[in-house]
Design a protein around this ligand. Structure first.
Ligand SMILES: [Zn+2]
Ligand SMILES: [Zn+2]
Length: 147
């Protein structure tokens, strides 16, 4: 994702409406490593702009995704997550707290069986590693899962 001021220029030149609310959303997302949900972005905007609606947040996120500045991810955490890192990378996902973290991995090409994949052409490979982050892994398991 480009810098907030470059994004403001890109928004204007693509004929999209640029508002202080949208610029605030750009700054929240820029270099944001937390893969926030739309709700988390909304909560961060509300801190200093209490009248911004979740709908405004969604439309800004979708505009940014359309422009290729943001990737929408479904990592099985319950809500879509938004990632300003648009280069190819992989994710660690904590099944306990929903933490999503970037990870650089050398991923090999997975050879597809010639007859079985129906001529499918792979354009990208994204690996999601599920487990527990350090704080969740150290926590005492809840009583319901103890034997
Ligand atoms: Zn965790
Ligand atoms: Zn990421």
């Amino acid at each position: 994702m480009r810098s907030p001021s470059d994004l403001a220029d890109a928004f204007r030149s693509s004929g999209r409406k640029l508002t202080p609310q949208r610029e605030r959303i750009f700054r929240i997302l820029h270099d944001n490593p937390t893969h926030p949900t739309a709700e988390a972005v909304h909560a961060a905007v509300l801190v200093d702009m209490p009248s911004v609606s979740l709908r405004t947040v969604y439309s800004t996120l979708h505009d940014l995704a359309d422009m290729g500045e943001l990737v929408q991810l479904d990592l099985g955490t319950g809500s879509a997550r938004f990632d300003p890192n648009v280069s190819e990378h992989h994710h660690l996902v904590c099944d306990a707290c929903g933490l999503v973290q970037d990870i650089d991995l050398d991923v090999p090409d997975f050879p597809l069986p010639l007859d079985g994949a129906g001529g499918f052409r792979v354009d990208a490979t994204q690996v999601v590693l599920r487990g527990r982050c350090a704080p969740c892994g150290d926590a005492v398991p809840p009583a319901s899962s103890a034997r």
